[in-house]
Design a protein around this ligand. Structure first.
Ligand SMILES: [Zn+2]
Length: 336
């Protein structure tokens, strides 16, 4: 069979005709397989959803218990038969619950990796390369300029600044699912044991991470109403990036604006966003991780879903690996 008979792009997302399901559809469909809980991949309103237990839990937290008609939890590494098509979920290392989805039929295996990274992250399971005929990869940071430094180095810079300016607060913009909890876990790993103050938008997900056994230490609400402004002198406050544009952020004493994202590699971008302390911490693979992973899967063909497709496709061609961009639309990752 041809690969495009097993998985093909449709306006709703990647579609598997023999299995009659979509992977990470951007519009409501009958049957959806979902790689992870970021809002551009996990949408509400599908007839049925197959995803890991943690992704289902995260979707319920974000959309309410009735986010889909029916749900089924996929156990990592176990094969499920969907009308003759074998599917299995494998860790992607992106955020808690994130998975790659392997689709196998008549001797052909395609792996849709969703979003992934290879850097160590104690808030989720480590990526596992799955041998396959075709590997579908994202390319959010698919340019050689994107090389993420070790995350502990970035946190060390933050802690140095906090020590240097004990009277000021440090406001860290970090996406509500994954990045925020990873930053908090990293702070603990680097020995920071004071309470971390969090914006209300992070509360439910952070509590869920803690319940799943990921120790984030003491988290207190970052509400100035109940405390005096001075109580936040020297504090580290974490909130979603959008919160930093509103009045909430101006309540803190002489705040230093920080943002944890792979895009912080681009100085111009940090400057335009008014970020004083850019932290290059990403939940996506950088250029080296993308190219290493492609080689490790042994795939003869690569499909590139979203991001900087052209450079990665060109790299594959130079390496003698067939590659093509899928031009899927609707994926603006909330967790870069
Ligand atoms: Zn994502």
């Amino acid at each position: 069979m041809r690969a495009s008979d097993l998985l093909k792009p449709r306006p709703e997302g990647l579609y598997c005709p023999p299995g009659d399901f979509f992977i990470d559809p951007v519009r409501p469909v009958e049957r959806a397989l979902i790689t992870h809980g970021h809002s551009d991949h996990a949408r509400s309103g599908h007839g049925s959803v197959l995803a890991t237990r943690q992704t289902l839990d995260i979707m319920a937290l974000r959309y309410g218990e009735d986010f889909a008609g029916t749900t089924q939890a996929a156990v990592l590494g176990e094969t499920i038969d969907l009308t003759g098509v074998s599917v299995s979920f494998h860790p992607a290392g992106h955020v808690l619950g994130s998975a790659q989805i392997a689709v196998e039929h008549r001797g052909m295996r395609i792996v849709a990796s969703g979003d992934y990274k290879r850097q160590k992250d104690d808030t989720c399971q480590t990526f596992e390369p799955i041998p396959c005929d075709i590997f579908i990869t994202e390319a959010t940071f698919g340019l050689p300029v994107f090389r993420h430094p070790p995350d502990t180095e970035e946190i060390a810079r933050l802690l140095k600044s906090a020590a240097q300016f004990p009277e000021r607060s440090h406001l860290i913009g970090a996406y509500a699912l994954g990045k925020a909890q990873r930053v908090m876990r990293l702070l603990r790993d680097c020995g920071y044991d004071r309470p971390i103050y969090i914006h209300g938008a992070l509360a439910k997900l952070s509590e869920y991470y803690q319940r799943q056994g990921i120790d984030l230490g003491q988290l207190d609400p970052a509400t100035v109403d109940s405390a005096g402004k001075d109580d936040f002198a020297g504090a580290i406050v974490v909130g979603p990036p959008a919160a930093f544009a509103d009045r909430w952020a101006r309540r803190f004493p002489d705040p230093i604006s920080c943002f944890a994202s792979g895009w912080m590699r681009i100085r111009q971008r940090a400057k335009q966003g008014g970020v004083e302390l850019p932290l290059i911490i990403s939940d996506h693979a950088d250029w080296d991780e993308l190219t290493t992973t492609i080689k490790e899967t042994g795939a003869a063909e690569i499909w590139v879903t979203h991001g900087r497709e052209e450079a990665l496709v060109r790299w594959c061609e130079l390496e003698g690996i067939a590659a093509r961009p899928l031009h899927l639309v609707g994926y603006e990752d909330e967790g870069d």
